[in-house]
Design a binder for this molecule. Structure first.
Ligand code: PLP
Length: 391
């Protein structure tokens, strides 16, 4: 019999062990910390937080459930989840690199990741970013102190592919970590660990969460590497996902294969319908590649992500502004991977030299095909091109 005392009523946690029901959706364990049945258990658990629930800044059953799913999806031994993709990236670099090491960043990489690697210079870590025409060229940039090769495949902005087997072989021969940010393809379309890559990173804020309503990140790899990143980068930098965001991501995963299948269909349809348009100079997306890049895409991707880039022939930035401002279904916004189609000019008013360094004109726009009717997306892009560039 419960005591009818306001203080008790307010403070009780109702766990009814006699009720037997099985909810259709998974539980959220929204707690900061966990009870111990005695002092000995507290000592045992708190000395090994990665394997016990002590405090949600370390681990939590909802977060663990997400980690186990992601490890299985990526064919990895273990996964650790973070509060953002950048949380996962910074914890990985922070843990695996030390003063005197060199990190080689290859091709166009998410800008904040490059900025973080360059910031580590303050702690004696040296970073350089290079563009390569072929994976073999990476060897030319390796130094005796190179400890990590960090890349995306396809890369951000230019969507270039790297041959995963080749890069992992050349790195292993030299005792260098390979780290890939594989957000673009999701685990449904590419599994880099199968080809010897050491660490796979995902921003869960994109396809995996999938609904533009939660931010998160993950690393997947061997238990040894993931435990090291847990003990150091995760525990000390504190980039902890909330149980609620982990739960939202678990909900997102339930439809991930269905959504990825639709993205693959929609992107092919959209690209087929705009690729020969006379106003477009170039489209950056592996579906349209030829030669070596196509061979690599065919070998490693079992489907296509729907993020791509367009260079218009007319380089006038005011016309690109008219293009994006005329879009009706496609909206202007950062991030990607949710329901909504998006457009984002790469020129931000003061970064022309950075774009030129990457070989991109100011008429470059990043586009994301969402889950709207692909016919409507094509019509929208065409009517906006008519307004900006004439028909
Ligand atoms: N990796 C890629 C390819 C991205 O586009 C982003 C974008 O935000 C990130 C990593 C960073 O992830 P988050 O925003 O979850 O920190």
């Amino acid at each position: 019999m419960k005591k009818n005392n306001y203080s008790d009523i307010c403070s009780e946690v109702d766990i009814d062990e006699t009720e037997s029901y099985v909810p259709m959706a998974p539980d959220i364990v929204q707690t900061t910390s966990f009870h111990f049945s005695n002092y000995e258990e507290f000592i045992e658990y708190s000395s090994d937080e990665k394997n016990h629930f002590v405090y949600t800044r370390g681990s939590n059953p909802t977060i663990k459930s997400l980690e186990e799913k992601l490890a299985r999806l990526e064919h990895g031994e273990k996964c650790k989840v973070f509060s953002s993709g950048m949380g996962a990236i910074s914890a990985t670099l922070f843990t695996l690199l030390k003063a005197g090491d060199h990190v080689l960043m290859v091709n166009t990489i998410y800008g904040e990741a490059v900025a973080f690697a360059k910031y580590l210079n303050k702690y004696g870590v040296n970073c350089n970013r290079v563009d390569v025409k072929s994976t073999d060229d990476i060897a030319n940039y390796i130094k005796p102190e190179t400890k990590m090769i960090y890349f995306e495949s396809p890369s951000s902005q230019k969507f270039e592919m790297i041959d995963l087997e080749k890069v992992s072989t050349l790195a292993k021969e030299r005792n260098i970590y390979t780290v890939i940010d594989a957000t673009w393809a999701s685990p449904i379309f590419q599994n880099p660990l199968d080809y010897g890559i050491d660490v796979v990173i995902h921003s869960l804020s994109k396809y995996l969460g999938g609904h533009s309503d939660s931010v998160g990140g993950a690393i997947i790899g061997s238990a040894k590497i993931v435990d090291d990143i847990f003990e150091n980068g995760h525990q000390s930098l504190g980039s902890v996902i909330s149980p609620f965001n982990a739960w939202l991501t678990i909900r997102g995963l339930r439809t991930l294969p269905v959504r990825m299948n639709q993205f693959d269909k929609s992107i092919r349809f959209v690209l087929d319908n705009i690729k020969d348009d006379k106003r477009i100079e170039k489209i950056y997306h592996p579906y349209l590649y030829e030669g070596e890049q196509k061979k690599i895409a065919d070998k490693y991707l079992s489907g296509y992500g729907s993020l791509f880039g367009i260079d218009f022939k007319d380089k006038n930035f005011d016309k690109l502004k008219i293009f994006v401002n005329s879009l009706k279904i496609v909206s202007i916004g950062v991030s990607w991977g949710g329901f909504e189609s998006l457009a984002l000019p790469s020129f931000k008013g003061n970064n022309q030299s950075q774009l030129e360094e990457r070989g991109l004109p100011i008429s470059h726009v990043r586009m994301y095909v969402g889950l709207e009717d692909p016919n409507s997306i094509v019509e929208d892009i065409k009517q906006a091109m008519d307004k900006a560039y004439g028909d």
